[in-house]
Design a protein around this ligand. Structure first.
Ligand code: ADP
Ligand code: MG
Length: 587
């Protein structure tokens, strides 16, 4: 726990001590400098690829942006090297915003291929424009200097680089442990789930992309003033593949993994450059091929990378500090007031009409069951109400606002929260971290505040709220367990806690009791009953008729997309059409 906060101090001390260790060969110091520079790039990839799930082969380009910016400014404009650092970072950030605007619309493999495409074209831009000195690049870059001390000795420069590594690791750890970091991590649970809790997924992907680019540019700035010259070669696709290899081999989701990967790949690369010509007797660059093979083998042996094997990676423990002020809550509509009014709702999937002209209303503080056989259109209805899918026709009015056309985050902001039929928790996060995603919209802290750790008071409030909701659903004792280590039934209950974290007016529950044991179902029913007492409006899809009949005030029955019946549970149970279509099929 303490170590989490204290490690930078000994680490910084090491930055000054290590290069002066007696007997340390100068070659090792130089290698250490390369490892440090690569590690900064790989740490950026932890956020982008390991946590955000966005594979980029193009990080070397951003290293290039950082290096060329300072090269041009110092050599051609005579700007002092320290002053070019913000410029290098800013140029990369703007480039990442522009490149990201195009590339990040792609997904999966297309995105990875997209990063290859612009990385190749940027390489040729560096190599062919006079501004960048074409293939010769730019030389006579001034070294960094402190007072009169020029940092030319690689042992002096070692300290600069590794202070940079410590700062990058610190900033990244802080980012991942913040509201913005939680949003990046939430992408792993699926964009739909993240969006349903107010995460603007496009913005979050861009944030991760720009952050990784800025770290890469920082590495480029360090590189330019170490080499004192730049040319296009180290900023091409090969280098991009190497950076990705470092992150993945080390363990792409962990900052220490990036350090480990950078060290391993740099050392192996160096050894191969000695070894390969002796083995196969040519000078050609066969390292890339060897690396490609290593990457494939490593991923097959351990998709998580090496780091998780060395250290037991545990979710961070979130203790609720006593005296943390509660988050403000929204005012609930008066009991019985109209909350939701659905009219003529329709959704076609090709020839199939999944939701066909459906009407119903919900009033504040009632529990309505939405029932019907599999494929009736219940989950699709939920998707239409929450903005993760758009209807072909119809209107939805929530507390006087028209919802059709609004985005999922905007609808979440109005106070509609949901659970999913297919549980959508983030496997790499603990129970309470998953629940805290539900409180995303109740926090304000920016990513910068997260990086600078100015968000602690708010984070404490958000985690206190997550803890309170876990207590409410009876899972407080499991707060620090990895979310997907719970039985599936309890994972559904975690989803309810996450939804409650949004402070919802309307709660949409998609088969919440599936997989629960008898007494757990009774506890869930009691919880929903209490929520109703507190004025929450609930629409629940559930197949357990006993559960539904006892709990709900009204039922809406769907079959083949059509609303078949609506009314009090008893009346619906005796409705011949319902018995025919639904209960009849069970009997
Ligand atoms: P329920 O939740 O009532 O079991 P769903 O709303 O999941 O039913 O599905 C209703 C119908 O719509 C089903 O026939 C299903 O196969 C179809 N469906 C749902 N989502 C899609 C989709 N994205 N594309 C095509 N068909 C879909
Ligand atoms: Mg369903």
């Amino acid at each position: 726990m303490r170590w989490r906060f204290l490690w930078p101090l000994p680490a910084l001390a090491l930055c000054f001590v290590v290069p002066w260790l007696p007997g340390l060969p100068p070659f090792w110091v130089t290698l250490g400098n390369y490892v440090g520079i690569s590690a900064v790039v790989a740490i950026g990839l932890v956020v982008l690829t390991g946590v955000g799930g966005i594979t980029s082969f193009g990080q070397a380009c951003f290293v290039g942006f950082g290096a060329y910016t300072t090269a041009i400014l110092t050599v051609q404009w005579g700007v002092s090297p320290w002053l070019t650092l913000p410029a290098s970072l800013a140029v990369a950030a703007v480039a990442a915003l522009l490149i990201g605007a195009v590339t990040l619309r792609l997904s999966g493999h297309y995105l990875a291929v997209g990063t290859i495409a612009w990385s190749v074209s940027l390489y040729y831009t560096f190599a062919n424009l006079d501004l960048f000195g074409r293939n010769d690049g730019i030389s006579a870059i001034p070294p960094l200097a402190i007072g009169g001390l020029r940092l030319i000795d690689s042992r002096l420069y070692f300290s600069v680089i590794w202070i940079g590594v410590v700062l990058a690791a610190l900033a990244t750890g802080n980012l991942l442990d913040s509201r913005a970091g939680r949003a990046i991590r939430a992408l792993r649970g699926g964009a739909l789930a993240a969006a349903s809790f107010g995460v603007n997924t496009a913005r979050v992907r861009t944030l991760a992309f720009v952050y990784a680019a800025v770290l890469a540019a920082f590495a480029g700035w360090l590189y330019a003033h170490m080499q004192r010259s730049v040319n296009p070669t180290p900023f091409g696709l090969n280098a991009g593949i190497e950076y990705l290899l470092m992150a993945v081999v080390g363990g792409a989701a962990h900052v220490p993994g990036a350090l480990l990967g950078a060290g391993l790949v740099t050392v192996v690369n160096d050894a191969l450059q000695d070894l390969l010509p002796k083995l196969i007797g040519t000078q050609a660059n066969f390292e890339s091929i060897v690396f490609g093979v290593i990457l494939v083998l490593a991923l097959q042996a351990s998709p998580e990378g090496i780091w998780p094997h060395l250290a037991r990676v545990r979710p961070q423990h979130h203790r609720v500090r006593p005296g943390t002020p509660a988050l403000p809550v929204r005012s609930m509509p008066e009991r019985g007031a109209p909350v939701l009014s659905v009219s003529g709702l329709r959704r076609d999937f090709g020839g199939l009409t999944a939701v066909n002209d459906v009407d119903f209303t919900l009033s504040a503080g009632e529990i309505v069951g939405l029932i019907g056989p599999n494929g009736a259109g219940k989950s699709t209805t939920f998707n239409l109400l929450t903005g993760v899918d758009q209807p072909n026709a119809g209107t939805v009015e929530f507390l006087g606002r028209k919802l059709v056309g609004m985005t999922a985050p905007a609808i979440a902001q109005l106070g509609i929260a949901r659970t999913f039929q297919q549980v959508r928790l983030v496997a790499s996060m603990s129970v309470i971290e998953n629940v805290a995603i539900g409180a995303h919209l109740r926090g304000r802290a920016s990513s910068l505040e997260g990086v600078l750790r100015l968000d602690r008071a708010e984070e404490a409030q958000l985690y206190a709220e997550a803890g309170r909701q876990l207590e409410r659903v009876g899972l407080a004792e499991h707060a620090d367990r990895p979310a997907t280590s719970l039985p599936l039934g309890q994972q559904r209950v975690v989803e309810i806690a996450r939804a409650l974290c949004l402070d919802p007016v309307l709660l949409l529950l998609d088969e919440p009791a599936a997989g629960l044991r008898h007494n757990e179902k009774a506890e869930l029913a009691a919880l929903l009953d209490r929520l109703r007492e507190q004025g929450v409006t609930i629409l629940v899809v559930e197949h357990d008729m006993d559960f539904v009949m006892k709990l709900t005030d009204r039922l809406v029955v769907m079959d083949f997309g059509i609303k078949l019946a609506e009314g009090a549970p008893e009346a619906v149970r005796n409705d011949p059409a319902v018995i025919e279509a639904y209960l009849g099929s069970v009997a």
